[in-house]
Design a protein around this ligand. Sequence first.
Ligand code: NAI
Length: 481
Amino acid sequence: MVKICCIGAGYVGGPTMAVIALKCPKIVVTVVDISTQRINGWNSDHLPIYEPGLDEVVKQCRGKNLFFSTEVEKHVFEADIVFVSVNTPTKTHGLGAGKAADLTYWESAARMIADVSKSDKIVVEKSTVPVKTAEAIERILTHNNKGINFTILSNPEFLAEGTAIEDLFHPDRVLIGGRETPEGQKAIQTLKQVYANWVPEQKILCTNLWSAELSKLAANAFLAQRISSVNAMSALCEATGADVSQVAHSVGTDSRIGPKFLNGSVGFGGSCFQKDILNLVYICECNGLPEVAAYWKQVIKVNDYQKTRFVNRVVSSMFNTVSNKKIAILGFAFKKDTGDTRETPAIDVCKGLLGDKAKLSIYDPQVTEDQITKDLSMRKFDKDHPAHLQPPSPTSIKQVSVVWDAYEAVKDAHGVCILTEWDEFKKLDYQKVYDSMQKPAFIFDGRNIVDVKKAREIGFIVYSIGKPLDPWLRDMPAVVA
Ligand code: NAI
């Protein structure tokens, strides 16, 4: 019986291994982590991450062929295939700080694998890593030369948070990269057989190691680039009277372009896009390709511009000041159906409004007060590191309150900022919202989910990203940052 061990029980390790266990009943899968808190969560009724459909999958396999444990070394020792799915955040200090991937967690996992192993193993890079990482990992694995064969594969994960289970059940593709040696090819076949239990063979792509590593960075860069492209258009739409939804629809019906990932918004977030593009930029710079680096860097610059633009729009619309005005923030997670706040645009928007001394009342159905307080008091990139490895929660920020109901958040507010596209925000009784707010009542829709026409009929002044401007907003001079 094949034994799999996965190091790292996070947003990727947990769901991915749960699905492998479900689809491969003959394989024993153990997910290990240094965090007792995380492992206890996986062994409880309250899983440490929120993901639609995950509970059911875990319940079906846990205790049968799916286990969660802090006995990292024991399970690595016993495994035939070791996945490494630890975090690879952006470096916060030293060479490449603010750009390069921090491989500390990866390196320590690799050293531990080398130290405890007594039999041959396939080691699979599941984390997103810089291209050529496998070479460094191979050196670490073989450093104490015990005569054990480690074959390294790159198997980057393409799941999206919020739809992880669906993505894992029906992936667009599974990518496996390996050395072009007989051992490398044999290892590819072994991993391919695991996925072949539920993924059609033509969707399992096999490449060399470097192509697989780089494909993951490239895919995230392309996806983020689409968002920045449509957001750049959204600014032009507002300036000209065009409607970004109409433009995106017209552009997206071209089959060469396609309709997905073309929604104008306050910007992209999540733990991956910014981190992986910064990493790509750094790799380009290190390889003497400054023009290529500058091209991809611009994707992040436009994303930052979009968040600043949103804050400026809020302030300028409300008579150039939000000082001591209550602003309701609806949504804090970086997208709907997740509680993940890593790199969420809400952090930058809230910090921008707090900079102008606004009073914020924040509501998100899946994010706790503790997490929001941490996020708003943390330095850039620190929040990329796992919650349990972060410093203890600081005392709450005076101008911020976190509430557990959207109607509570909007009560007596001057403005509402919608920063996450949760379905429940589409279904709010906007007449009730309007009635409980100060007048004039503003909606700043960072996700284009509000019916602008209906909201204006109720009496709101509405700003919706990339949509023709409300006459009120046209007359307000833009604030220069
Ligand atoms: P995460 O931060 O949720 O989980 C990583 C886990 O690894 C943490 O629980 C941490 O305690 C554990 N860990 C760190 N060092 C360890 C060690 N030496 N031994 C045992 N456990 C250790 O990270 P997440 O989001 O699961 O990401 C993991 C990797 O997958 C990253 O490289 C990320 O870029 C990539 N990825 C993430 C996606 C996402 O949507 N979150 C999607 C695709 C790839």
